[in-house]
Design a protein around this ligand. Structure first.
Ligand code: AMP
Length: 411
Protein backbone atom coordinates (compact mmCIF):
# COMPACT_ATOMS: atom_id res chain seq x y z
CA UNK A 1 0.00 0.00 0.00
CA UNK A 2 1.44 3.41 -0.88
CA UNK A 3 1.79 6.25 1.64
CA UNK A 4 -1.09 8.09 -0.10
CA UNK A 5 -3.62 5.52 1.10
CA UNK A 6 -2.72 5.64 4.79
CA UNK A 7 -4.73 8.77 5.62
CA UNK A 8 -1.78 11.14 6.13
CA UNK A 9 -2.18 14.88 5.49
CA UNK A 10 -0.99 16.56 2.29
CA UNK A 11 1.95 18.41 3.91
CA UNK A 12 3.10 15.16 5.50
CA UNK A 13 2.92 13.33 2.17
CA UNK A 14 4.92 16.14 0.63
CA UNK A 15 7.62 15.67 3.30
CA UNK A 16 7.65 11.89 2.72
CA UNK A 17 8.29 12.59 -0.95
CA UNK A 18 11.00 15.13 -0.18
CA UNK A 19 12.70 12.56 2.09
CA UNK A 20 12.74 10.14 -0.82
CA UNK A 21 10.66 7.45 0.91
CA UNK A 22 8.89 5.39 -1.75
CA UNK A 23 7.02 2.71 0.20
CA UNK A 24 6.08 2.55 3.87
CA UNK A 25 8.14 0.11 5.93
CA UNK A 26 6.24 -2.75 7.66
CA UNK A 27 6.00 -0.93 11.00
CA UNK A 28 4.76 2.20 9.25
CA UNK A 29 2.06 0.20 7.44
CA UNK A 30 0.85 -1.33 10.68
CA UNK A 31 1.27 1.54 13.13
CA UNK A 32 0.19 4.59 11.12
CA UNK A 33 -3.52 3.65 10.82
CA UNK A 34 -3.69 2.75 14.54
CA UNK A 35 -2.01 6.00 15.61
CA UNK A 36 -4.24 8.06 13.31
CA UNK A 37 -7.24 6.35 14.94
CA UNK A 38 -6.01 7.54 18.34
CA UNK A 39 -5.04 4.11 19.71
CA UNK A 40 -2.27 3.52 22.24
CA UNK A 41 0.43 1.46 20.55
CA UNK A 42 3.34 -0.67 21.77
CA UNK A 43 5.89 -0.97 18.98
CA UNK A 44 8.57 -3.60 19.25
CA UNK A 45 10.20 -3.16 15.87
CA UNK A 46 13.95 -2.89 15.86
CA UNK A 47 15.72 0.36 15.27
CA UNK A 48 16.39 1.00 11.63
CA UNK A 49 12.88 -0.09 10.66
CA UNK A 50 11.56 3.44 10.23
CA UNK A 51 9.93 3.69 13.64
CA UNK A 52 10.50 7.43 14.07
CA UNK A 53 8.49 8.18 10.93
CA UNK A 54 5.95 5.53 12.02
CA UNK A 55 4.93 7.71 14.96
CA UNK A 56 5.91 11.15 13.62
CA UNK A 57 3.93 11.03 10.35
CA UNK A 58 0.51 10.31 11.90
CA UNK A 59 1.07 12.61 14.88
CA UNK A 60 2.13 15.53 12.66
CA UNK A 61 -1.02 14.82 10.64
CA UNK A 62 -3.11 14.96 13.82
CA UNK A 63 -1.54 18.18 15.15
CA UNK A 64 -1.98 19.84 11.73
CA UNK A 65 -1.36 23.50 12.65
CA UNK A 66 0.68 25.50 15.11
CA UNK A 67 -0.90 26.34 18.46
CA UNK A 68 1.00 28.03 21.29
CA UNK A 69 0.89 24.95 23.57
CA UNK A 70 2.77 21.67 23.66
CA UNK A 71 0.60 18.79 22.49
CA UNK A 72 3.16 16.19 21.47
CA UNK A 73 5.98 15.03 23.76
CA UNK A 74 8.69 12.48 22.94
CA UNK A 75 10.97 11.12 25.68
CA UNK A 76 14.35 9.71 24.68
CA UNK A 77 17.05 8.05 26.84
CA UNK A 78 20.08 9.95 25.49
CA UNK A 79 20.85 13.42 24.21
CA UNK A 80 22.09 12.07 20.90
CA UNK A 81 18.81 10.29 20.30
CA UNK A 82 16.81 13.33 21.40
CA UNK A 83 18.76 15.54 18.98
CA UNK A 84 18.42 13.05 16.15
CA UNK A 85 14.70 12.40 16.61
CA UNK A 86 13.98 16.13 16.84
CA UNK A 87 15.76 16.69 13.53
CA UNK A 88 13.80 13.83 11.95
CA UNK A 89 10.47 15.23 13.21
CA UNK A 90 11.40 18.74 12.09
CA UNK A 91 12.21 17.38 8.62
CA UNK A 92 8.90 15.55 8.43
CA UNK A 93 6.98 18.63 9.65
CA UNK A 94 8.76 21.02 7.32
CA UNK A 95 5.70 21.73 5.16
CA UNK A 96 3.58 22.59 8.21
CA UNK A 97 3.85 25.56 10.59
CA UNK A 98 4.39 23.26 13.60
CA UNK A 99 7.27 24.17 15.90
CA UNK A 100 9.60 21.72 17.59
CA UNK A 101 12.03 22.09 20.48
CA UNK A 102 14.66 19.75 21.83
CA UNK A 103 15.52 19.61 25.53
CA UNK A 104 18.49 17.72 26.98
CA UNK A 105 21.16 18.08 29.63
CA UNK A 106 24.85 18.87 29.33
CA UNK A 107 24.27 22.20 27.55
CA UNK A 108 23.09 25.65 28.72
CA UNK A 109 19.44 26.48 29.43
CA UNK A 110 19.26 29.68 27.36
CA UNK A 111 18.44 28.36 23.89
CA UNK A 112 16.05 25.73 25.20
CA UNK A 113 14.25 28.29 27.33
CA UNK A 114 13.88 30.63 24.35
CA UNK A 115 12.42 27.85 22.23
CA UNK A 116 9.99 26.87 25.00
CA UNK A 117 8.98 30.48 25.60
CA UNK A 118 8.16 31.03 21.93
CA UNK A 119 5.55 28.28 22.24
CA UNK A 120 6.29 24.89 20.77
CA UNK A 121 3.89 22.21 19.53
CA UNK A 122 6.36 19.37 19.87
CA UNK A 123 9.05 18.70 22.51
CA UNK A 124 11.65 15.96 22.21
CA UNK A 125 13.43 15.57 25.55
CA UNK A 126 15.55 13.50 27.87
CA UNK A 127 13.82 12.99 31.24
CA UNK A 128 16.28 14.74 33.61
CA UNK A 129 16.47 18.10 31.87
CA UNK A 130 12.74 18.11 31.14
CA UNK A 131 12.07 17.71 34.88
CA UNK A 132 14.42 20.66 35.55
CA UNK A 133 12.36 22.80 33.17
CA UNK A 134 9.11 21.65 34.78
CA UNK A 135 10.45 22.58 38.21
CA UNK A 136 11.58 25.99 36.95
CA UNK A 137 8.15 26.45 35.42
CA UNK A 138 9.71 27.07 32.01
CA UNK A 139 7.75 24.26 30.44
CA UNK A 140 4.17 22.97 30.74
CA UNK A 141 2.82 19.59 29.85
CA UNK A 142 -0.82 20.06 30.84
CA UNK A 143 -1.90 20.22 27.19
CA UNK A 144 0.00 17.15 25.98
CA UNK A 145 -2.29 14.95 23.89
CA UNK A 146 0.28 12.56 22.41
CA UNK A 147 3.15 11.05 24.33
CA UNK A 148 5.89 8.83 22.90
CA UNK A 149 8.18 6.79 25.18
CA UNK A 150 10.97 5.81 22.82
CA UNK A 151 13.59 3.13 23.60
CA UNK A 152 11.76 2.35 26.85
CA UNK A 153 14.06 -0.57 27.72
CA UNK A 154 17.04 1.75 27.47
CA UNK A 155 15.35 4.25 29.80
CA UNK A 156 14.92 1.41 32.26
CA UNK A 157 18.58 0.38 31.94
CA UNK A 158 19.69 3.93 32.56
CA UNK A 159 17.54 4.25 35.68
CA UNK A 160 15.16 6.82 34.18
CA UNK A 161 11.86 5.09 34.96
CA UNK A 162 11.17 7.11 38.17
CA UNK A 163 11.78 10.34 36.19
CA UNK A 164 9.53 9.09 33.40
CA UNK A 165 6.77 8.44 35.91
CA UNK A 166 7.11 11.91 37.38
CA UNK A 167 6.85 13.41 33.90
CA UNK A 168 3.81 11.29 33.06
CA UNK A 169 2.12 12.55 36.21
CA UNK A 170 2.43 16.08 34.82
CA UNK A 171 0.67 15.10 31.57
CA UNK A 172 -3.13 14.85 31.29
CA UNK A 173 -4.54 11.35 31.76
CA UNK A 174 -6.63 11.87 28.66
CA UNK A 175 -3.93 11.34 26.06
CA UNK A 176 -2.56 8.93 23.48
CA UNK A 177 0.54 7.02 24.61
CA UNK A 178 2.94 5.18 22.31
CA UNK A 179 5.76 3.05 23.63
CA UNK A 180 8.68 1.68 21.63
CA UNK A 181 11.01 -0.92 23.08
CA UNK A 182 13.12 -3.72 21.61
CA UNK A 183 12.38 -5.89 24.65
CA UNK A 184 9.57 -5.77 27.21
CA UNK A 185 11.04 -6.65 30.64
CA UNK A 186 8.65 -6.85 33.64
CA UNK A 187 9.29 -3.24 34.73
CA UNK A 188 8.16 -2.02 31.30
CA UNK A 189 5.13 -4.29 31.51
CA UNK A 190 4.20 -2.52 34.77
CA UNK A 191 4.73 0.87 33.17
CA UNK A 192 2.51 -0.18 30.26
CA UNK A 193 -0.28 -1.16 32.63
CA UNK A 194 0.02 2.07 34.54
CA UNK A 195 0.49 4.49 31.64
CA UNK A 196 -1.41 3.06 28.68
CA UNK A 197 -5.01 2.33 27.78
CA UNK A 198 -5.82 -0.89 25.90
CA UNK A 199 -2.63 -0.70 23.90
CA UNK A 200 -2.37 -2.46 20.59
CA UNK A 201 0.92 -4.30 20.05
CA UNK A 202 2.67 -3.88 16.72
CA UNK A 203 5.45 -6.36 16.43
CA UNK A 204 7.50 -6.60 13.29
CA UNK A 205 9.24 -9.95 13.02
CA UNK A 206 10.27 -11.81 16.11
CA UNK A 207 11.20 -9.44 18.87
CA UNK A 208 14.69 -10.76 19.27
CA UNK A 209 16.00 -11.18 15.77
CA UNK A 210 18.77 -8.95 14.51
CA UNK A 211 18.08 -6.89 11.38
CA UNK A 212 17.55 -9.46 8.67
CA UNK A 213 19.84 -7.88 6.14
CA UNK A 214 22.87 -8.00 8.42
CA UNK A 215 25.38 -10.76 7.82
CA UNK A 216 27.04 -11.46 11.11
CA UNK A 217 30.12 -13.46 11.95
CA UNK A 218 32.47 -14.13 14.84
CA UNK A 219 36.26 -14.01 14.66
CA UNK A 220 37.71 -16.14 17.47
CA UNK A 221 41.09 -14.73 18.46
CA UNK A 222 43.55 -14.76 21.35
CA UNK A 223 42.97 -11.74 23.56
CA UNK A 224 46.49 -10.37 22.95
CA UNK A 225 45.88 -10.36 19.19
CA UNK A 226 42.59 -8.47 19.15
CA UNK A 227 44.16 -5.14 18.22
CA UNK A 228 46.25 -6.74 15.44
CA UNK A 229 43.23 -8.56 14.09
CA UNK A 230 41.18 -5.36 14.10
CA UNK A 231 43.87 -3.60 12.06
CA UNK A 232 44.11 -6.55 9.67
CA UNK A 233 40.31 -6.64 9.28
CA UNK A 234 40.12 -2.94 8.55
CA UNK A 235 42.89 -3.28 6.00
CA UNK A 236 41.47 -6.40 4.44
CA UNK A 237 37.75 -5.66 4.36
CA UNK A 238 36.25 -3.43 1.75
CA UNK A 239 34.27 -1.05 3.89
CA UNK A 240 32.86 2.45 3.49
CA UNK A 241 32.19 3.34 7.07
CA UNK A 242 32.67 1.35 10.22
CA UNK A 243 31.59 1.66 13.83
CA UNK A 244 33.90 -0.11 16.26
CA UNK A 245 32.25 -0.81 19.61
CA UNK A 246 34.33 -1.03 22.77
CA UNK A 247 33.28 -1.93 26.29
CA UNK A 248 34.90 0.99 28.10
CA UNK A 249 35.64 4.64 27.42
CA UNK A 250 39.28 4.00 28.13
CA UNK A 251 39.30 1.10 25.68
CA UNK A 252 37.60 3.26 23.04
CA UNK A 253 40.26 5.96 23.42
CA UNK A 254 43.02 3.38 23.22
CA UNK A 255 41.65 1.77 20.05
CA UNK A 256 41.01 5.15 18.46
CA UNK A 257 44.64 6.09 19.15
CA UNK A 258 45.86 2.85 17.61
CA UNK A 259 43.76 3.32 14.47
CA UNK A 260 44.90 6.92 14.11
CA UNK A 261 48.52 5.84 14.31
CA UNK A 262 47.72 3.43 11.49
CA UNK A 263 46.36 6.15 9.24
CA UNK A 264 42.63 5.69 9.69
CA UNK A 265 40.42 8.77 9.93
CA UNK A 266 38.83 8.16 13.32
CA UNK A 267 36.24 9.83 15.55
CA UNK A 268 35.41 8.79 19.11
CA UNK A 269 32.02 8.82 20.79
CA UNK A 270 31.57 8.16 24.50
CA UNK A 271 30.09 9.81 27.54
CA UNK A 272 33.30 11.45 28.78
CA UNK A 273 33.37 13.59 25.67
CA UNK A 274 31.68 16.98 25.81
CA UNK A 275 28.40 17.47 24.01
CA UNK A 276 30.24 19.52 21.39
CA UNK A 277 32.85 16.83 20.84
CA UNK A 278 30.15 14.20 20.44
CA UNK A 279 28.24 16.32 17.94
CA UNK A 280 31.42 16.97 15.96
CA UNK A 281 32.25 13.27 15.96
CA UNK A 282 28.80 12.32 14.68
CA UNK A 283 28.68 15.09 12.12
CA UNK A 284 32.15 14.27 10.79
CA UNK A 285 31.27 10.59 10.54
CA UNK A 286 27.97 11.32 8.77
CA UNK A 287 29.70 13.62 6.32
CA UNK A 288 32.39 11.05 5.62
CA UNK A 289 35.30 12.97 7.14
CA UNK A 290 35.90 10.02 9.43
CA UNK A 291 35.73 6.48 8.10
CA UNK A 292 35.78 4.86 11.52
CA UNK A 293 33.74 5.78 14.57
CA UNK A 294 34.91 4.19 17.80
CA UNK A 295 32.10 4.14 20.33
CA UNK A 296 30.85 2.75 23.60
CA UNK A 297 27.26 1.57 23.96
CA UNK A 298 25.79 5.04 24.42
CA UNK A 299 26.13 5.36 20.68
CA UNK A 300 24.62 2.02 19.88
CA UNK A 301 20.95 2.63 20.44
CA UNK A 302 18.85 4.14 17.76
CA UNK A 303 21.42 6.53 16.40
CA UNK A 304 20.64 7.20 12.81
CA UNK A 305 23.96 7.02 11.09
CA UNK A 306 23.26 6.30 7.47
CA UNK A 307 25.24 3.93 5.31
CA UNK A 308 27.31 2.18 7.94
CA UNK A 309 28.79 -0.66 5.96
CA UNK A 310 30.28 -2.55 8.93
CA UNK A 311 29.91 -2.84 12.65
CA UNK A 312 32.84 -4.33 14.54
CA UNK A 313 32.34 -5.48 18.10
CA UNK A 314 35.87 -5.13 19.37
CA UNK A 315 34.50 -6.27 22.71
CA UNK A 316 31.63 -8.71 22.93
CA UNK A 317 28.66 -6.88 24.45
CA UNK A 318 27.84 -8.06 27.95
CA UNK A 319 24.09 -7.79 27.52
CA UNK A 320 22.61 -9.78 24.64
CA UNK A 321 20.19 -6.94 23.82
CA UNK A 322 23.16 -4.66 23.20
CA UNK A 323 24.31 -7.01 20.47
CA UNK A 324 21.05 -6.44 18.61
CA UNK A 325 21.25 -2.71 19.16
CA UNK A 326 24.86 -2.50 18.09
CA UNK A 327 24.41 -4.41 14.89
CA UNK A 328 21.22 -2.45 14.25
CA UNK A 329 23.55 0.36 13.11
CA UNK A 330 24.11 -1.51 9.90
CA UNK A 331 21.43 -2.93 7.67
CA UNK A 332 19.20 0.03 8.52
CA UNK A 333 16.05 0.49 6.48
CA UNK A 334 16.83 -2.57 4.46
CA UNK A 335 20.32 -1.75 3.25
CA UNK A 336 22.71 -4.59 3.90
CA UNK A 337 25.72 -4.54 6.18
CA UNK A 338 28.18 -6.75 7.97
CA UNK A 339 28.65 -7.20 11.69
CA UNK A 340 31.95 -8.63 12.89
CA UNK A 341 32.54 -9.70 16.47
CA UNK A 342 35.97 -10.44 17.91
CA UNK A 343 35.73 -13.22 20.48
CA UNK A 344 38.46 -14.06 22.97
CA UNK A 345 38.29 -17.16 25.16
CA UNK A 346 36.84 -15.28 28.14
CA UNK A 347 33.95 -14.06 25.96
CA UNK A 348 32.53 -17.54 25.36
CA UNK A 349 29.84 -17.15 28.01
CA UNK A 350 28.64 -13.82 26.63
CA UNK A 351 28.62 -15.17 23.07
CA UNK A 352 26.61 -18.20 24.18
CA UNK A 353 24.11 -15.84 25.87
CA UNK A 354 23.79 -13.81 22.66
CA UNK A 355 23.26 -16.94 20.60
CA UNK A 356 20.55 -18.12 22.99
CA UNK A 357 18.95 -14.69 22.89
CA UNK A 358 18.75 -14.55 19.10
CA UNK A 359 18.09 -18.31 18.82
CA UNK A 360 20.82 -18.84 16.27
CA UNK A 361 24.43 -19.85 16.10
CA UNK A 362 26.68 -17.15 14.71
CA UNK A 363 29.16 -18.39 12.14
CA UNK A 364 32.82 -18.55 13.19
CA UNK A 365 35.26 -17.40 10.54
CA UNK A 366 38.91 -16.58 10.24
CA UNK A 367 40.80 -13.96 8.34
CA UNK A 368 42.97 -15.41 5.64
CA UNK A 369 46.69 -14.70 5.93
CA UNK A 370 46.50 -13.55 9.52
CA UNK A 371 49.11 -15.14 11.75
CA UNK A 372 46.86 -16.54 14.44
CA UNK A 373 48.27 -17.53 17.79
CA UNK A 374 46.83 -20.49 19.54
CA UNK A 375 43.69 -19.92 21.60
CA UNK A 376 41.60 -22.49 23.43
CA UNK A 377 38.71 -21.36 21.20
CA UNK A 378 40.24 -23.31 18.35
CA UNK A 379 39.57 -26.44 20.37
CA UNK A 380 35.87 -26.18 19.58
CA UNK A 381 35.64 -29.46 17.76
CA UNK A 382 33.54 -30.51 14.87
CA UNK A 383 31.13 -33.22 16.02
CA UNK A 384 32.89 -36.56 15.81
CA UNK A 385 36.36 -35.08 15.45
CA UNK A 386 38.80 -36.48 18.00
CA UNK A 387 40.09 -34.11 20.64
CA UNK A 388 43.82 -33.50 20.64
CA UNK A 389 43.97 -33.15 16.87
CA UNK A 390 47.38 -31.79 16.04
CA UNK A 391 46.92 -28.06 15.99
CA UNK A 392 50.53 -27.16 15.62
CA UNK A 393 51.04 -27.80 11.97
CA UNK A 394 50.66 -24.59 10.08
CA UNK A 395 48.07 -24.56 7.37
CA UNK A 396 46.25 -27.62 8.58
CA UNK A 397 42.52 -27.41 8.58
CA UNK A 398 41.43 -28.26 12.07
CA UNK A 399 37.72 -27.65 12.06
CA UNK A 400 35.10 -25.31 10.77
CA UNK A 401 37.60 -23.74 8.40
CA UNK A 402 40.24 -22.58 10.87
CA UNK A 403 43.78 -22.38 9.79
CA UNK A 404 46.37 -20.84 11.98
CA UNK A 405 49.98 -20.00 12.12
CA UNK A 406 52.70 -21.09 14.53
CA UNK A 407 51.09 -22.36 17.67
CA UNK A 408 51.90 -20.88 21.01
CA UNK A 409 50.77 -23.03 23.79
CA UNK A 410 50.27 -21.54 27.21
CA UNK A 411 51.84 -23.67 29.89
P1 AMP B 1 14.50 4.75 12.32
O1 AMP B 1 14.16 3.30 12.50
O2 AMP B 1 13.35 5.64 12.64
O3 AMP B 1 15.75 5.14 13.06
O4 AMP B 1 14.77 5.01 10.75
C1 AMP B 1 15.89 4.48 10.08
C2 AMP B 1 16.15 5.16 8.75
O5 AMP B 1 15.18 4.78 7.78
C3 AMP B 1 16.14 6.68 8.77
O6 AMP B 1 17.26 7.12 8.05
C4 AMP B 1 14.86 7.06 8.04
O7 AMP B 1 14.98 8.31 7.39
C5 AMP B 1 14.72 5.91 7.06
N1 AMP B 1 13.31 5.65 6.67
C6 AMP B 1 12.23 5.73 7.46
N2 AMP B 1 11.12 5.38 6.76
C7 AMP B 1 11.52 5.06 5.53
C8 AMP B 1 10.83 4.61 4.33
N3 AMP B 1 9.51 4.42 4.32
N4 AMP B 1 11.56 4.38 3.24
C9 AMP B 1 12.91 4.54 3.26
N5 AMP B 1 13.63 4.98 4.35
C10 AMP B 1 12.94 5.21 5.47
Amino acid sequence: MPFQKLGLSAPVLEAVKAMGYVDPTPIQLRAIPLILAGRDVIGSAQTGTGKTAAFALPLITRLAHHEPRTRFLVLEPTRELAAQVEVAIRDLARFTDLRTAVVFGGVGYGKQMDALKRGTDIIVATPGRLLDHLERNTCHLDQVRHLVLDEADRMLDMGFLPDVRRILERCPRERQTLLFSATIPPEIETLIQWAMRQPQAVEIGARRTPAETVKHVIYPVADVQKADLLLALLNGVNYDSVIVFCRTKHGADRIAGLLKRNNHAVAVLHSNRTQREREQALLGFREGRYEVLVATDIASRGLDIADVSHVVNYDVPQHPEDYIHRIGRTGRAEASGDALTLMAAEDSGHVAAIERFISQKIKRVKLENFEYRYTALFEEEKPGQPKGFDRRVRGVRIHGGYYFGPARRKR
